[in-house]
Design a protein around this ligand. Sequence first.
Ligand code: ADP
Ligand code: ASP
Ligand code: MG
Length: 401
Amino acid sequence: MLIVQKYGGTSVGSLERIENVANRIAKTKSQGNSLVVVVSAMSGETNKLIEYAHHFSKTPSKREMDILLSSGERVTASLLAIALQEMGYKAKAMTGRQAGIRTDNSHTYARIESIDTAFINSCLEEDNIVIVAGFQGINNNGDVTTLGRGGSDLSAVALAGALRADACEIYSDVDGVYTTDPRIEPKAKKLNTISYDEMLELSSLGAKVLQNRSVELAKKMGVKIIAKSSFSDGAGTIITQESEQMEAVLVSGIALDKNQARVSLRDVVDRPGIAAEIFNKLADEQINVDMIIQNASKEETTNLGFTVPYSELEGAKKVIDTFNHDIGGADYDENVCKVSIVGVGMKSHSGIAAKAFSAMADNNINIEMISTSEIKISMIIDEKYGELAVRVLHETYKLDQ
Ligand code: ADP
Ligand code: ASP
Ligand code: MG
């Protein structure tokens, strides 16, 4: 079998842990498998590098940030290969470029365009364990690019797809995908399987156990992911196509995204095209607008509210300032979060939303905004009630049973 394994930051967070990973890889290799291993930087390392850059500049150039940030995963890839060699195995570490990963030009958030697997294949043929530095590739100019936070998951899925691997195993400090973050609700239950669409919603809505773009790509390429722990043995969680069995479950999980901010625009002139102008300009500045609410207009004006990722709030403020002729006033609230309920079973069952709203009311949690899709319900609430809301909803839908 050809197996792609990815080890996240916590799993390679110290020299002892790198050794533990080397032992696990050695075991899989001795069972007769070919192995491509993707590694993250040691935990905390990427954040540390970002802080270093911010010591010199508030807005460091993204091209240079990519060179800087890609170094973290190179450290772990080379150390892991050295450890394996010392144990008597043939191992070869490589950067994203050497692994043939080509991306577009969006520095710090690049998309993988293609993978030339020739070098990896030749290393595998020579019986090497291939160790790839995750989270990085190279663009057409030959510059290093990185794939967005948590991007080593994406490297692993893309490599598994390109190499037509038999398995893609993502190792972290949890032994699978849970009904909610077990750090918030210790009663959370591990799921045996979850559909791509549910996982995509959960990860986009804040569950960082898998990076959302990696799930999107896995669905597109039909790569079956298994999420496991590098600290224990267990079957993990399989992320795959939706099945009838999954649809029987109403709610699969609850996610919490604290990285949210709300923008409220008062007395916006009520003329055709104003919303298009505002949201086009935000899109031009690459600001991701999420929930949008427009109140029924009174007289000549209307109120408009929406959410953006917290990190994009400053950018949003700048755009809104350019509309000061059309907008009466703007309020910004950084202390909000988004709590979401996800489940493919919602497609065929009613009353799930009503139950969530009642649970919030019973606990005196005010819902500021709501949005729904076929398989999710999201609510914006005060950040200080985020974790409580997760526990309340977990209980409401009896996810601990
Ligand atoms: P890595 O560094 O290995 O990529 P991450 O820290 O990105 O790992 O992801 C693992 C973490 O995701 C867990 O420690 C857990 O707290 C968090 N998490 C959030 N939501 C969930 C969930 N629904 N199931 C499992 N883990 C979750
Ligand atoms: N080291 C990168 C990050 O912290 C990528 C990853 O860990 O997947 O975001
Ligand atoms: Mg991660």
